[in-house]
Design a protein around this ligand. Structure first.
Ligand code: NAP
Ligand code: MG
Length: 403
């Protein structure tokens, strides 16, 4: 078979530890034998980030803006232990944070479902994608402890110097605490558009929920912005695609999510998304089966796995011990990026290849061949645990048969 040709390069962001090992194996075993892979390569491994004073992270994000599609390997976010381990010049910021700030994106996380791994909520037969608004609210708050007898006020000074004041609370008889939150209409609007665009891409409904009955200005603004953007810019396209935008109160939303079959995008305010994404990931079974894509309001896509660099497995690997690390989420980051590149460049063979590679991966697991993490959970009777590389070779056997 002739290799599939690409037009525009993918932005390739390499990373750290066990996922860096998997990254190369995925390319060598499953991609480059079939695709004449074109990438613009950025090494986001911590060693190279440190050498470039983290400039490589910024450059990779700018390249993503230029080309439109990136695929990223998991990377170490340095902490005190990593400062010594890698002899770092500085405690460099989280690459994901830096990239998200440059692309102004929204992160969508979707579980990969396979037979034999039953979600804790048995009715969830389709994936629930969580979209988290990654700006503001409690994550950019200002807080004060208030002594007994203090009076707390909210004071707003507009650009002409006009002052509006509201009493928050008079702390008579007890000390207390206060917190100042904010959000921005431009950020909420970007979030709404990212969710509606992604819904059109995926042909799935969007659910959104806040506590607008209690928070009549703050949360209500989120509700109003979503509704206005939907009515003015998306309603017709949603009707044509046969999908819906559904708004409800957050407590009603969680009740409906539990009773649902899945198969929609759940747009969450920042805190709800933080909490609910962990709940949803756990309920579907495994972080190693969770994909993640950052979508910017102008339609730039960065695909990655939701998990980290799997450090414990890496140290086993370095000692020459066998590992059985799950490569599915990283592999699906590659297929997501290749499919999107194929769609944007009008190369249907590339999108088909991505579909087949995903099918081969799922049938490998459903035929009982899996890594250790899934082996512990799978209810299949004929299951067999394989090591990191064997798993990829098993996928390749099935892929080759499909091509
Ligand atoms: P992690 O790498 O996600 O791993 C946590 C544990 O989950 C692993 O030790 C392993 O459990 C299990 N696991 C995760 N992915 C797996 C896979 N693909 N296959 C099999 N098991 C898997 O999280 P972490 O240990 O908290 O973080 C390690 C490093 O990753 C940190 O330096 C952190 O900064 C970074 N990180 C990066 C990203 C990102 O780039 N997006 C996200 C999160 C964390 P067992 O050891 O029990 O087998
Ligand atoms: Mg969380």
């Amino acid at each position: 078979m002739a290799k599939i040709q690409m037009k525009t390069p993918l932005v390739e962001m390499d990373g750290d530890e066990m996922t860096r090992i998997i990254w190369k194996e995925i390319k060598d075993i499953l991609i480059t034998p079939y695709v004449d892979l074109k990438t613009e390569y950025y090494d986001l491994g911590l060693v190279h980030r440190n050498e470039t004073n983290d400039q490589v992270t910024v450059d990779s994000a700018n390249a993503t803006k230029k080309y439109g599609v990136a695929v990223k390997c998991a990377t170490i976010t340095p902490n005190a232990a990593r400062m010594t381990e890698y002899d770092l010049k500085e405690m460099w910021k989280s690459p994901n944070g830096t990239i998200r700030a440059i692309l102004d994106g929204t992160v969508f996380r979707t579980p990969i479902l396979v037979k034999g791994i039953t979600p804790y909520i048995p009715t969830w037969t389709k994936p629930i994608t969580i979209a988290r608004h990654a700006y503001g609210d409690v994550y950019k708050n200002v807080e004060l402890k208030c002594p007994e007898g203090a009076k707390a006020e909210l004071v707003l000074t507009d650009k002409d110097g006009n002052v509006t004041k509201e009493t928050i609370h008079e702390f008579n008889g007890s000390a207390g605490i206060i917190q100042g939150l904010h959000n921005r209409e431009d950020s909420i609007s970007s979030f709404a558009r990212a969710c509606f665009n992604y819904a059109l891409d995926m042909k799935q409904d969007v659910w959104f929920a806040t506590k607008d009955t209690i928070s009549k200005k703050y949360d209500h603004t989120f509700k109003d912005i979503f509704q206005e953007i939907f009515d003015n810019e998306y309603k017709e396209r949603f009707d044509a695609a046969g999908i819906e935008y559904f708004y409800t109160l957050i407590d009603d939303a969680v009740a409906r999510v539990i009773r649902s079959q899945g198969g929609y995008i759940w747009a969450c305010k920042n805190y709800d998304g933080d909490v609910m994404s962990d709940m949803v990931a756990t309920a579907y079974g495994s972080l190693a089966m969770m994909t993640s894509v950052l979508v910017s309001p102008d339609g730039v896509y960065e695909y990655e796995a939701a998990h980290g660099t799997v450090q414990r497995h890496y140290y086993k690997h370095l000692k020459g011990e066998e590992t059985s690390t799950n490569s599915v989420a990283t592999l699906f980051a590659w297929t997501g990026a290749l499919r999107k590149r194929g769609e944007l460049d009008g190369i249907s063979e590339l999108a088909d290849f991505a579909d087949k590679l995903e099918k081969a991966t799922i049938s490998t697991i459903e035929e009982g061949v899996m890594t250790g993490d899934l082996y512990l959970m799978s209810t299949l009777e004929n299951k067999r645990k394989v090591n990191t590389e064997e798993f990829l070779r098993e996928i390749d056997k099935r892929l080759a048969a499909m091509l």
